[in-house]
Design a protein around this ligand. Structure first.
Ligand SMILES: Nc1ncnc2c1ncn2[C@@H]1O[C@H](COP(=O)(O)OP(=O)(O)OP(=O)(O)O)[C@@H](O)[C@H]1O
Ligand SMILES: [Mg+2]
Length: 310
């Protein structure tokens, strides 16, 4: 389990991470989502003990990261944004080096390497120089080094960046499998990545957490803000005030010259009433569609709302 408690990180005047708190349960995969410069990498560096917070604390499996740096590093696998790959080493040498760094010795090194080479699909590049590998394969080697000591907790900073679509599918599946018994936090810009592999999501913007929840809860919370899109043949006969007057309607706006978007308040199902009203106006109903916000809408919404505030 990872628990981040009121973490703030300042670089001089710049506040990169601002009072961030969240937890990731054991066996949970959390997607850490946010635009460029939001503070994802900085937060991950603090979680993995590579950088101290200015304020706040992080506990991993109930150990404070800065009070127990060695114990914590032993149970964390970290794949940084730019893994420090040694380009003049072969994959084999590099993984051996990574395993030794994590305290593995003797026969356990070979076993560990065999396991991650198989897991990450890099057996056919095993004897090649890291510097000669394609970006995608370097990424896999970066993941392999994070897994070499079979850590309970995985921190992956944009693990699918630079991979081709087929590799993305494979690596996502691998992370999903690993997440069955490990605690995983992965950062990404890709919303689809979050919906396909994560159990929960934390959205960060300008260093602040703007949303943090199970994916289904987040969708449900925002789904309360349903809207209905109505497209008609004769927009000129629509009496907007009449629609606004319907109980349960929060707002009505034209989204284009023939389409109305009706925002609903929670709980009341007014679809029948609304359709009836449009019908009685003889506006020539062409389309009537309930819109549920996807994660993308939620992301844009929380990020822009936050931007509007600052
Ligand atoms: N060592 C540093 N010194 C000064 N400022 C830094 C340092 N590291 C990060 N920052 C700043 O902190 C902010 C957060 O950066 P961070 O790399 O954590 O964002 P990110 O969410 O990982 O972005 P990206 O999606 O582009 O990787 C940025 O404004 C960045 O310029
Ligand atoms: Mg980053």
């Amino acid at each position: 389990m990872i628990s981040v408690n009121s973490v703030t990180k300042r670089f001089g005047e710049r506040v990169a991470v601002n009072n961030v708190s969240f937890t990731v349960e054991t066996g949970e995969i959390m997607g850490f989502l946010g635009p460029n410069g939001a503070g994802k990498t900085t937060t991950m560096r603090i979680i993995t003990g590579y950088m101290p917070p200015t304020e706040g604390s992080v506990r991993v499996n109930d150990m404070d990261v800065f009070e127990h740096p060695y114990e914590v590093k032993r149970i964390i696998g970290y794949m940084p944004e730019h893994p420090p790959l040694y380009l003049e080493m072969t994959v084999k040498e590099y993984l051996r080096f990574a395993a030794e760094l994590r305290g593995l010795r003797g026969q356990r090194i070979k076993e560990a390497i065999d396991r991650v080479v198989e897991l990450c699909g890099i057996s056919h590049v095993f004897n090649r120089l890291v510097g000669n590998l394609s970006k995608g394969y370097r990424q896999r080697v970066g993941l392999a080094q994070a897994l070499v000591h079979d850590p309970e907790v995985l921190v992956l900073d944009e693990p699918t960046v630079g991979l081709d679509p087929r590799q993305i599918v494979e690596i996502r599946q691998l992370i999903k499998d690993l997440g069955k018994d490990k605690t995983v936090i992965l950062s990404t810009h890709i919303l689809q990545e979050v919906t396909t592999i994560c159990d929960s999501v934390t959205i960060i913007n300008n260093g602040k957490v703007v949303a943090s929840d199970k994916i289904e809860n987040l969708s449900r919370r925002f789904a309360e803000k349903l809207s209905i899109l109505i497209r008609v043949r004769r927009p000129e006969v629509i009496d907007i005030d009449k629609i606004r007057a319907i109980e349960g309607v929060e707002n009505v706006q034209w989204s284009d010259e023939k389409s109305l978007r009706v925002y609903l308040s929670a709980d009341v199902d007014i679809r029948e009433r609304l359709a009836g009203e449009i019908f009685s106006m003889s506006a020539g109903l062409l389309e009537f569609r309930t819109e549920t916000p996807g994660l993308e809408d939620i992301f844009i919404k929380v990020v822009t709302e936050e931007l509007n505030v600052t």
